[in-house]
Design a protein around this ligand. Structure first.
Ligand code: NAP
Length: 494
């Protein structure tokens, strides 16, 4: 047994990405006695989504007391909903203090990975070299690869044009005519932040969003001191927020409970936008919650400012100095900001991760990502995905999801050790059962029945992005490993 454990500790684990999930995984592995860990990060700094999204106004839309690692509470949050620089600094501090930063190889973008059944190892390639490892953890985030909008003429635009997740701070916006394409979570944060400095702001809205008010305020110094002296108080707050979000989630699944939420978003819009025509243009026709429910107190007030024009139409064409919207209007602009979202259901790495049978994840998924517990995939031994298919949340903190998945990964690694094996993958029957359970959970939900087209739905119409239940159920389902659901190389069944 001791020899087996010593062997297990020698395993090399490669983690793609140094965002919340990658850092949480590395810490969990270290605490489990596994030290041979490599983290590959394509950027020059850690933070994942909180490194990539540095646009003005970027902040978390889950309260920071909940959107932090369970074992690293931060008494120093300066706002109930921390801003991006503070979140990135928090993650960097935790990674430094727990010795994770030296494990990160920056500027290493993974271009492919192949499982070798003979050696029972993964070969992971980057531009600089090939890494041969025993276990591969994809912690590269579901919202990390921007989708530029597919609009004719976009590449002919003469001025600066960039995606919110690729913000170019060298472009001055002061006194410029700026267009923002999109009205999702990124757009509604960037619009109020830049509205006061630009000369004119065109907001190109293809589909309006439902927006909730947000309980955001600066945390006074005395409260931060209190949290430092009595950490239990912040833990208590975290617990309250956790249960509050679990409660707020119920209407997503039970239409009967939706009335108060519908009234709240309607009232928020009515109070903040007095002009009836503008209000009508900002009112969605789909059910509240069908698309990601947004939270903001300053989006509607920004839209009502005299230098802002809401254009409630899709952008049909881009000319070198203007955008043309579906109503035929031409809007001259100097800068284009693309708040057009991310590749969620067709992940960029899926075609280049090659499993046991020589098939890629994209081949196996056929446009609809599926994984056992959102974490492992039949035919892909020793591959783990954090924040993988059907693990997303529209209502609470994804950090808790990543931590629960990390526990699952440790459980599977322990199982491999116990069985004296080299690799594990889920049985396809177990994976199918899990996917059926998730699909049934979605079948009557607002995400499917709410009358909208959202980034949660893949090209087959399946919701392969979200977990359909509460966070508590995710933890209960995923943290514990059901041994019978996993095949190891020692099994004759394979
Ligand atoms: P998104 O929600 O996918 O929004 C993209 C927007 O671009 C939508 O309004 C979409 O319109 C529009 N769009 C896309 N292609 C277009 C085209 N060709 N012409 C016109 N409009 C087009 O992306 P996001 O705002 O970046 O947010 C993505 C997710 O990231 C969020 O839902 C959230 O989970 C996360 N996020 C979180 C935070 C936070 O915590 N604070 C902040 C930002 C993002 P349609 O609706 O018509 O498709």
């Amino acid at each position: 047994m001791y020899a087996q454990q010593a062997e297990a500790r020698k395993r090399t684990i490669l983690i793609i990405g140094s965002g919340f999930s990658g850092i949480a995984m590395a810490i969990a592995l270290r605490r489990h006695g596994i030290s041979d860990i490599i983290i590959l990060e394509r950027a020059k700094a850690l933070g994942g989504t909180w490194q990539a999204n540095s646009y003005p106004g970027c902040a978390c839309d889950v309260e920071s007391a909940l959107y932090s690692l369970s074992f690293a509470p931060n008494p120093d949050w300066t706002n109930t909903f921390a801003r991006q620089p503070e979140i990135q600094a928090y993650l960097a501090r935790v990674a430094n203090e727990l010795g994770i930063t030296p494990l990160i190889h920056f500027g290493e973008e993974v271009t492919g990975a192949r499982w070798d059944e003979a050696s029972q190892q993964w070969s992971v390639t980057t531009a600089s070299r090939t890494w041969t490892v025993d276990v591969l953890v994809m912690a590269n985030g579901p919202l990390s690869d921007p989708i530029p909008p597919n609009i004719p003429g976009l590449d002919m635009f003469c001025g600066p044009a960039f995606h919110t997740a690729r913000w170019d701070p060298s472009v001055p916006l002061e006194g410029k005519r700026v267009a923002v394409i999109g009205t999702g979570a990124s757009a509604i944060q960037v619009i109020p932040a830049i509205q006061p400095i630009v000369q004119q702001l065109i907001v190109a809205q293809r589909t309006p969003a439902w927006v909730m008010p947000r309980a955001t305020w600066t945390i006074p110094k005395w409260r931060r001191t209190l949290y430092r002296r009595a950490p239990m108080l912040q833990r208590l707050l975290r617990g309250c927020l956790y249960f509050y979000h679990e409660f707020v989630f119920l209407p997503f699944r039970h239409p009967m409970l939706r009335r108060p939420g519908v009234a709240l978003v309607g009232l928020h819009l009515k109070r903040q936008v007095r002009d009836r025509t503008l209000r009508a243009a900002l009112t969605p026709t789909y059910a509240v919650g069908c698309k990601r429910l947004l939270v903001s107190n300053d989006y509607y007030p920004a839209i009502t400012q005299p230098n802002v024009t809401l254009v409630p139409h899709a952008v049909m064409r881009v000319e070198p100095d203007a955008i043309i919207t579906a109503d035929g209007a031409r809007h001259p602009v100097d800068v284009l900001i693309l708040a057009s979202g991310f590749r969620v259901t067709d992940p960029i790495l899926a075609p280049v991760i090659i499993g046991r049978d020589g098939r890629s994840l994209a081949d196996v998924w056929q446009g609809s990502p599926k994984a056992y517990m959102g974490t492992t995939v039949a035919g892909f031994p020793n591959l783990f995905m954090l924040l993988g298919p059907n693990t997303g949340l529209g209502h609470s903190s994804l950090v808790m999801i990543a931590e629960a998945q990390s526990k699952h990964v440790l459980g599977v690694l322990d199982l491999i050790t116990q069985r004296g094996a080299r690799s594990a993958e889920p049985r396809s029957g177990a994976q199918d059962r899990f996917v059926r359970m998730v699909d049934e959970g979605h079948s009557r939900s607002v995400w499917i029945r709410g009358g909208c087209k959202s980034w949660y739905l893949d090209k087959t119409g399946r919701n392969s992005a979200l977990w359909p239940f509460g966070v508590g159920r995710f933890r209960r389902t995923v943290e514990r490993v059901r041994e019978e659901d996993y095949l190891t190389v020692a099994d004759q069944a394979r």
